[in-house]
Design a protein around this ligand. Structure first.
Ligand code: NDP
Ligand code: 2IT
Length: 450
């Protein structure tokens, strides 16, 4: 790595000692920028990297709420407004027990690059709370969301910062958040949140967008590398939430056979192919556990998670799509996947492969579709939702889906062109980082020191 990059990485490490996920995300990006910085030594004088790794603003706040037993619970809320270089801050909200500042910052940092790749005018942010929605009643979720928004509202706005969903935040939560924002502001500002219900300003195909977009990207990547399409390929998908379900749906529509899915407790393997209607009923309607799949298909196999390595990656597959959470695919799992002849990995989740796993996969000629590029379809469609709200107009499902597909093809082209330009062959991980960085650094230079 060149001297400037080494210096910035060292300082970022010493300034953020405890933030291991954040440092992992920064290290991955900086490591891949060597050929760009070598070519542009003027970036050091302009402190481009120092400015890029420091969030513009970090907000941390108290979220008190009352549970169904009348007890007062206090959670911690976050919004990291990382970069407004190319548009209003934009990124999801995550409600999960393990949320902390490091996870918020890693997600916010990734979001800047991802949003730049979409080609749309959106900056980067992330937020959320260490609130575990599992087992909570609808009324508890509503009271939590109302309390969360009672602080967040003063920091957001359709031209300021536009949150959306992420883990633990779906249409139900966005509805409660939007209702509270509207009451406080006394204004119908549709574009302040995305992922809204279709009845009140949401976009067609936003629910499907991240998963569908991932598959559009995979199809393009496979085609480019002479691996044909997804037709007749075996696919395993971790998670069974928003991203996983719609990745599975589009994979099936593309002629693939999805044989395994999971949740945080375990994974199911169905050699006949996963019954996606059953998964949707269990997860979207009943908010149940993936183990319940056995009630629908007795001959499926359920394996509990034990330790760090998910059993889902031990299943022989052509394509593996980690769509659950960060660092869910370890070096040990990567070794098993390679041994079993995996062709390609598509990161539906944010940073699902550990650094060692990614390096191992690339070294063994496995195609890797990096999260920043491959899961950008969700936020891209959020930007399409924002523009519909501004126009006070709705596009049809087919119109949005077509735009999404074009965006994903263009993102793939950007990653490919950047990788090739810098002599990195089909390393799309580096290609994504470089393509986004070039756009962001140009915007930074154009806007002066700030
Ligand atoms: P959901 O809450 O809808 O689903 C999350 C899924 O992942 C669930 O099946 C959940 O299982 C599983 N999961 C969560 N945490 C863990 C864990 N620690 N270990 C194992 N499994 C886990 O979230 P999304 O589908 O929206 O998000 C999934 C990933 O995709 C995240 O990384 C998110 O940042 C990323 N992403 C989401 C986008 C979106 O538009 N929603 C856009 C781009 C990326 P369980 O129910 O048991 O917790
Ligand atoms: O990680 C992500 O890109 C998201 N959770 C979606 C963000 C958005 O604003 O739609």
């Amino acid at each position: 790595m060149n001297k400037y990059l080494t210096k910035v990485l060292k300082n970022t490490k010493s300034n953020n000692i405890e933030e291991k996920e954040y440092l992992q995300a920064v290290e991955e990006v900086l490591t891949s920028l060597t050929p760009v910085i070598d070519k542009h030594p003027e970036m050091e004088k302009l402190a481009i990297l120092e400015r890029m790794v420091e969030p513009e603003r970090t907000i941390i706040f108290r979220v008190p709420w009352v549970n169904d037993r009348g007890e007062i619970i206090v959670n911690r809320g976050y919004r990291v407004q990382f970069s407004s270089l190319i548009g209003p801050y934009k990124g999801g909200l995550r409600f999960a027990e393990n949320v902390n500042l490091s996870i918020m910052k890693f997600l916010g940092f990734e979001q800047i690059f991802k949003n730049a790749l979409t080609g749309l005018p959106i900056g980067g942010a992330k937020g959320g709370a260490d609130f575990n929605p599992k087992g909570k009643s609808d009324m508890e979720i509503m009271r939590f969301c109302q309390s969360f928004m009672t602080e967040l509202y003063r920091h957001i706005g359709a031209d300021v910062d536009v949150p959306a969903g992420d883990i633990g935040v779906g249409a139900r939560e966005i509805g409660f958040l939007f209702g509270q924002y509207k009451r406080i502001r006394n204004t119908y500002e549709g574009g302040v949140l995305t992922g809204k219900g279709l009845e009140y300003g949401g976009s067609q195909a936003r629910k499907e967008a991240t998963g569908y977009g991932l598959i559009y990207f995979m199809r393009e990547m496979l085609k480019e590398n002479g691996k044909n399409s997804l037709k007749n390929k075996t696919v395993t998908i971790s998670g069974s939430g928003n991203v996983a379900i719609y990745a599975a749906e589009k994979a099936l529509m593309s002629g693939a056979k999805v044989v395994a899915m999971s949740d945080s407790n375990g994974c199911i393997y169905d050699k006949n192919g996963i019954d996606l209607d059953a998964i949707k009923e269990i997860k979207e309607v009943k908010r149940g556990r993936i183990k319940d799949y056995l009630k629908y298909h007795k001959d499926a196999i359920y394996t509990e998670h034990k330790g760090q390595n998910s059993p889902i990656w031990e299943i022989k597959t052509d394509i593996a799509l980690p769509c659950a959470t960060q660092n869910e695919l370890t070096l040990d799992s990567a070794k098993i996947l390679v041994k079993n002849g995996v062709l390609a990995i598509g990161e539906g989740a944010n940073m699902p492969c550990t650094k060692e796993a990614t390096e191992y996969l690339l070294k063994h000629n496995v195609l890797v579709a990096p999260a920043k590029a491959a899961n950008a379809g969700g936020v891209a469609t959020s930007a399409i939702e924002m523009s519909q709200n501004s126009m006070r107009y709705y596009l049809t499902f087919e119109e949005v889906d077509k735009k999404l597909e074009n965006i994903m093809v263009n993102i793939f082209r950007s990653c490919k062109d950047a990788a090739e330009k810098y002599g990195l062959d089909n390393n799309y991980v580096a290609g994504a980082n470089i393509a986004a960085f070039i756009k962001l650094s140009s915007a930074m230079i154009a806007q002066g020191i700030h």
